[in-house]
Structure formats: C-alpha cells, structure tokens
Design a protein. Structure first.
Length: 194
C-alpha cells in the first residue's frame, strides 16, 4: 500500500490499525504501558495522517506504511458441482441444499428432488450447463422457481412453479444445448408419490 497523504483525514479503521501497531510495539517491549496509553489517546484525537505519523516515527516500520486493514470481502459459499456423463445422477431425501448449485452433465440426466431437503439459504441459484441432457427439479410445497436467465440453444424449459409461495426461491441460470429442463412439484396418485 502506498504511503497515505499526510493531509488526508484518518478513518476509524485506520485509527484501529495504528492502535494495533502501537499494541504490537508494547508487546515487544518497545513502549511502556503509560506511553501506549498516551499515544493511543493522541491517535483517537488525531484528524489527519500527519498527526498520526509523528506518533510512529521512533518505531520500526514493518510494512513501510501505516497498516490499514483491507476491506473484508465475503466469499460466496462453495457451490455443489454436479458433473457427470452418460448416467443419471439423483439427489433426494434429506440432502443439504447449498445456496449455489452447478449442474454440468453431458448425455446424462440430473434429478434434484428437494421435497425433503435441508436448505441452507432461502435463495438458491442453479447454474445449468446442459449438453444433450435432461434436468428435473422437484420443488417442495411453497417453493418458487424462476428460469428467465436460461439461454436455450435447442431444447425447452418446462416450469410449473406457482408464484407467491413462502418457501425457498430457486433461480435457474446458464445455458442448455439440446437439453430439457423440468421444474415441478410432487406428483401423487393414490398412495404413490414421485
């Protein structure tokens, strides 16, 4: 990181970074406790980097600049990747549904039965990359699914989702290459359910 302009006002995060540097110097024995308390007070009173830099001149520079914490970035939750060829892959029962699923079959069939699944998020993105394949999503009661972002290069999308449910919301994205996508709820006939 470049050395900040001494005339720029200091932020709260940058103040905390300076306090952290003073605390580290105290732990190393470079500052006494009363010096640490006095300098910390001055850091909180400082308005610009120039006022803070003079509090650090007699301490070794570990990075050559004020240690300003980087902004925290939230990493997306890892996706469940389903990649298979010439076979049928089925997820059903009490399986854990992550917030993002990537489905990449070639000449295969994928069935995601979510009727009894455990959801980690209310919004689930399913990214499709289907080649000569079939994909079926069985929704639990109250769930909804939107397929507006699926690019079709042959094939069709059959979405029988009903709007206005209070359950999980599925968003289908990606593309299909001569593939069929079915989104439906549970089917019943007498005592059979599928």
């Amino acid at each position: 990181m470049a050395t900040p302009d001494p005339n720029v006002r200091i932020s709260n995060a940058e103040r905390e970074a300076v306090i952290g540097r003073l605390h580290a110097a105290t732990e190393e024995g470079r500052l006494e406790l009363d010096e640490f308390a006095e300098r910390s007070r001055k850091v909180y009173e400082a308005k610009t980097f120039a006022e803070v830099e003079q509090l650090l001149t007699d301490l070794p520079k570990t990075t050559g600049a004020l240690a300003v914490p980087a902004e925290r970035t939230t990493h997306p939750a890892p996706a469940l990747e389903l990649t298979h060829s010439y076979t049928t892959l089925r997820k059903d029962g009490a399986w854990k549904v992550p917030a993002r699923i990537v489905v990449r079959p070639q000449h295969g069939r994928t069935v995601l039965d979510c009727r009894d699944a455990v959801f980690t998020s209310d919004d689930i993105e399913i990214e499709l990359d289907l080649k000569y394949s079939g994909f079926t999503l069985v929704l639990p009661e109250g769930a909804t699914a939107v397929d507006d972002n699926v690019q079709l290069d042959g094939g069709r999308v059959f979405n029988r989702s009903r709007a206005g449910g209070d359950g999980p919301r599925f968003r289908l994205t990606g593309r299909t290459h001569f593939a069929r996508v079915h989104v439906r709820y549970e089917r019943r006939f007498l005592w059979w359910r599928w």
